[in-house]
Design a protein around this ligand. Structure first.
Ligand code: NAP
Ligand code: MG
Length: 474
């Protein structure tokens, strides 16, 4: 195997301030009660910045600013709103190198992914919804679709800027205004985005960013003057939010967890499937709600496939997220590392067989080697619970019926994958899978034009595509 020389991206391409305030009504200011928290680089545990923690009064101010901005913003012709969205999309493209480095520093994801996946998709999302802003009357929601009002949006840490784009782009295109809370461990790209809004001369109050922990998110979703709540994160918090907004008349969309089955049939091209499996579970350290975390492989090809998969996993490079050759970066937080470690230990103690390639992990920071478990049964916790890390559970099946039954045997239903040469089998199996997205002979493919969302405990509502407009229209 070749050794790779270090190929680090320069961290000096982005300026990180020592401290950040809240972005309310077009300006940054400190929180009312002066509380702050620190965000770290999970690859080094170095503190990157101190960030204001928004209390109830701050959330109040942000919602009030969004309310004042709503009238004029929603009254603009769609083509005028589109101009701002196109401007934002272009600025993101122009500043994508800075943003990619910032995202990798704050989140721990490999620069290769933030640069080639996250940032292009973020820009594409703004371009896509910019295109809809003046065509809403032709989108199939009646001749004069109306916005809902002030939207409260809460997003997770795994794709900080991409989840922001999924939330903000359709909200603005349809004429709503926004108060968004990024995750506590990854606030920096959202604050950078606030600066992008200023650069684009977006009217003050149309987008407000309130940083803070879970309680800030709770104030926001419970705020009486918020008309629509959009949340991406854990099923547990999603349930809490659903209870909090029940009976208030607020609109709600939830994008929650997943435990996707990636199904490999005996006629699948094995090498291609192995690439898809690796992408499905090791992309973004497995911090992906639609990760292919359960591999279902047909028994007759299981040995061949696993041998190939192990060979491939031994070539994965784990380490410095800013190195352009890195495949697997840092785990986002100490808390997430603990969760992954605990569930993996449970997997071994319940009788599954654990395997990782040899790899040296850095001394500082939060790391977890890519791991697979074989001999997993449907009763094992690692087959049922979302691990949200680079850990794959392998199960086998004999018939297509068994594959479908096992794939659907989960409380979740966000995504699934099918690998087979037969088009008819793809259609027949996809039809029976209870999952919002089904990929065939590929995995983790995203496009702003394609709707994304879950069944069952994976949530409700769709983001992306024409469907994604509906969640923001009255
Ligand atoms: P989480 O707690 O659901 O966090 C998601 C967002 O909600 C964050 O901004 C969080 O703030 C905020 N939040 C927390 N409690 C809240 C509340 N009561 N009301 C309103 N907002 C609240 O997820 P997590 O703790 O980061 O991760 C836990 C597990 O969730 C993971 O192991 C994974 O299984 C799953 N997860 C799924 C996704 C997904 O894309 N579907 C994304 C992330 C995590 P803080 O950041 O300050 O906590
Ligand atoms: Mg961080």
């Amino acid at each position: 195997m070749f050794e790779y020389a270090p190929a680090p991206e320069s961290r000096s391409v982005v300026d990180i301030a020592g401290s950040y305030g809240l972005f309310i009504d077009g300006a940054f200011d400190g929180g009312k009660d002066g509380n702050v928290f620190k965000t770290v680089n999970p690859a080094t545990e170095e503190v990157l910045a101190e960030v204001a923690a928004a209390g109830p009064e701050d959330v109040d101010r942000a919602v009030a600013a969004a309310r004042r901005a709503f009238g004029p913003w929603s009254a603009l012709p769609g083509a005028e709103r589109a101009k701002y969205l196109f401007r934002i999309a272009r600025i993101i493209q122009e500043r994508s190198r800075e943003l990619a480095v910032l995202e990798s520093l704050d989140n721990g994801k490999p620069i290769k992914e933030s640069r080639d996946v996250d940032l292009p998709l973020v820009a594409a999302h703004f371009f896509y919804y910019a295109g809809w802003a003046d065509k809403l009357a032709y989108a199939g929601f009646g001749p004069d679709p109306r916005p809902i009002g002030v939207t409260g949006q809460v997003i997770p840490w795994n794709f900080p800027l991409l989840m922001l784009a999924w939330k903000i782009a359709p909200a603005l295109a349809t004429g709503n205004t926004v108060v968004l809370k990024p995750a506590e461990t990854t606030p920096l790209s959202a604050l950078f985005f606030a600066d992008v809004c200023r650069q684009a001369e977006l009217p003050p109050g149309v987008v407000n960013i309130v940083t803070g922990a879970g309680d800030t998110g709770a104030y926001l979703v419970q705020h009486p003057d918020v008309n629509k709540v959009a949340f991406t994160g854990s099923t547990e918090v999603g349930r809490e939010i659903a209870r909090a907004v029940a009976g208030t008349g607020k609109r709600l969309t939830l994008e929650l967890g997943g435990k996707a089955a990636n199904i490999v049939f005996d006629d699948a091209p094995i090498d291609q499937a192995v690439e898809g499996i690796v992408n499905g579970i090791f992309f973004n350290q497995g911090h992906v709600c639609c990760a292919g975390s359960r591999l279902l492989v047909q028994e007759s090809v299981a040995d061949e496939l696993l041998a190939s998969l192990k060979r491939r996993m031994a070539t994965l490079r784990v380490g410095d997220p800013l190195d352009k050759n890195t495949d697997i970066g840092a785990i986002n937080s100490a808390a997430q590392l603990t969760r992954i470690t605990e569930l993996s230990e449970i997997g071994a103690s319940e009788g599954a067989e654990r395997w990782s390639p040899e790899c040296t992990l850095p001394d500082r920071g939060f790391w977890f080697a890519p791991t697979i478990f074989t001999g997993v049964t449907q009763a094992h916790r690692i087959a049922r619970e979302e691990i949200f890390g680079p850990v794959l559970s392998v199960l086998t099946f004999r018939t297509p019926e068994e594959a479908v039954a096992k794939a659907n045997n989960t409380p979740y239903g966000l995504s699934a994958g099918i690998w087979t040469e037969k088009g008819s089998r793809i259609l027949a199996v996809a039809d029976k899978l209870r999952a919002g997205v089904v990929w065939a002979n590929t995995f983790n493919k995203f496009d702003p034009a394609s709707p994304f969302g879950g069944y069952k405990e994976s949530g409700y509502g769709r983001e992306g595509g024409r469907h994604g407009l509906e969640a923001y229209l009255a």
